[in-house]
Design a protein around this ligand. Sequence first.
Ligand code: B12
Ligand code: SF4
Ligand code: SF4
Length: 280
Amino acid sequence: MGIKEELQKLAEANEMEYFGVSPAERLTNLPEGHRPTDLLPGAKSVIVLGKKIPQGAITAHKQAFAGERHQYFSYTIYGYLKVNDMLNNAAFRVVRYIEKNYKRVAYPIPSSQPRDEYLYMGAMSNRYAAVCAGLGEFTWSGFVATPKDGPRVRWVSVITDAEIEPDSLYTGSKLCDHTKCNLCVEICPVGALSEDQAVEVQIGDFRTSYSLRQKALCRCATTGLVKGTPGRLQADIPAQMKSMDDWFEMNKKDDPWQRMEFNHGNYCHRCMIECPIGTN
Ligand code: B12
Ligand code: SF4
Ligand code: SF4
């Protein structure tokens, strides 16, 4: 058994449903400072692990949006925080395995938070890593979707200077056809997803695009500040938010009771939960 099979087995033993490998150079179009080789000079491969969100947590999410806000706590823990923890734990085991058994450096990227709250960027984008590792395609809502679970998969990645046989890009049937479906745009409580403006992505010869998001508006919803979310403040939805400073100002008005809850930016996620991909 080679390094790739060993790591795949390790991922499965850590309850990961998805495993893939990208060559580090496939991610070269990421913003400067956020590419694999910026983080780990000599990087050769990026290993990506994915964990699907349990169906029970998805059910709890839908109940919370139907008006039972306390059902959101089940989603928060089992659809978000615990999934992130499991991803980070599995990534840590992959790091330890490579460094102990192959004497190579392995550099983990956190699944989600912490991240730069002002720039709204992680150290590296786990979504791009997942697409580059052939695990799925970008949806209009900007997620990586798989045929089986749609966008309801969370991701983590590990950069390493070990050479690992890469996977090809996803070549299965097209999962998101935005010319026929606009659900994510319609159900977003704050209108953060553009119906027609796109972010263009180029990975080698492969081109794709996804909706241009208003990140500060999305942050108002994921923090549960505005109407249409299970948050307590229920503020009016701002007509527009130009910068993260605007969001920060609004955040200062948060309901003190909500501050005592796990306020980790998990009060929305509707575009991910309601997307029809992977539900049949
Ligand atoms: C910051 C962040 C946010 C911010 C900003 C989102 C954003 N657009 O970046 C906010 C708070 C708004 C947010 C919201 C949500 N997020 Co978020 N978020 C992240 C985080 C921590 C970092 C993402 C990042 O670095 N983005 C910055 C850059 C790279 O992307 P960009 O600004 O969109 O655009 C650049 C690229 O397009 C690049 N580019 C252009 N062409 C090309 C070509 C190539 C080849 C490449 C590589 C790049 C590239 O140039 C652009 C300009 O700089 C990741 C975790 C991680 N480390 O990946 C999770 C992550 C993306 N979030 C996730 C989720 C689920 C959500 C939410 C549902 C809420 C939540 N907390 O879970 C919402 C959904 C919003 C939505 N529809 O996307 C998941 C997505 C899972 C999936 N199946 O894809 C991630 C991967 C976390 C995880 N571990 O699973 N998020
Ligand atoms: S997480 Fe909520 S606010 Fe953000 S884009 Fe999705 S539906 Fe809109
Ligand atoms: S809801 Fe899903 S399938 Fe429909 S446009 Fe949005 S991302 Fe694509």
